[in-house]
Design a protein around this ligand. Sequence first.
Ligand code: ZN
Length: 294
Amino acid sequence: MSMRTLIMLIVAVPALIVGGAMAFGVAIPVPEWGRDYVLRFLLAPDAEPLNLPVIEGPDDPDRPLIVIDAGHGGRDPGSIGGGDGSNRVLEKDIVLALSLALRDELLEGGGIRVALTRDDDTIVTLAQRPEIARQLEADLFLSIHADSAGGNSAVAGASIYTLSTEASSEAAARFAERENAADALNGITIEGQSAEVSAILVELSQQRTQDDATEFASLLEREGQGAIRFHPQTRRSAELAVLRAPDVPGVLFESGFVTNQGDRSRLTTEEGRAEYASVLARAIRVYFARRADQ
Ligand code: ZN
């Protein structure tokens, strides 16, 4: 399919849906291009209750909000590196320290609101992590991890993951189903005929969310060039449960390998962490600045 046809389709499909919906007598607000295009979904009433974290930074809901997600925690240590001796490091500790350093860096720079899915050594389930971002109506979700290469201590460098396209549209379908059951989509009650309509709206919204996530991933890569070591295969996509929110762009950052000595020392020293934090913070600022201009 040519780019032109693709663009035509992307522009024409929402118009057709809205037109079709009108024909069925259902009023659906026309989403505008730009940041507002992503629909906000109401939660199903039976969604599990969450302890929402505190939002730090400016007390202004118009300021962009990032949710930083330190992977693992509590009884889940994540990857383990450095052997059994005093060099032993746990992913859950590394990524918490890195998340806290990033939070501090962002708060110091001002203008951005920050929340953490965990700020201590507790466990948060995989499903709860993106759900926290959704309930806080976050603009961006960044999950931070550190990798393990088992016995291959030579493997090193950071990678940036986004949700794979197949997983993305599958998640959209499942989400639409769940939300349809709750009869509420974007604050509008939709019944009967419009199940397909709402499913397509969710799909479109998820596409937009994935485009934003991809853009943020590119910015991370760009800002990190020359500052942090990347794995030769820097950009990857996978079926990651933690990135499945249909309305909050999310990226998973594998900061490095706990099984590699160089990565491990960068990830466990304050100077090393500061470097990571400044790269991540720059990418986040550029991402939000672009959206503010739209
Ligand atoms: Zn991990």
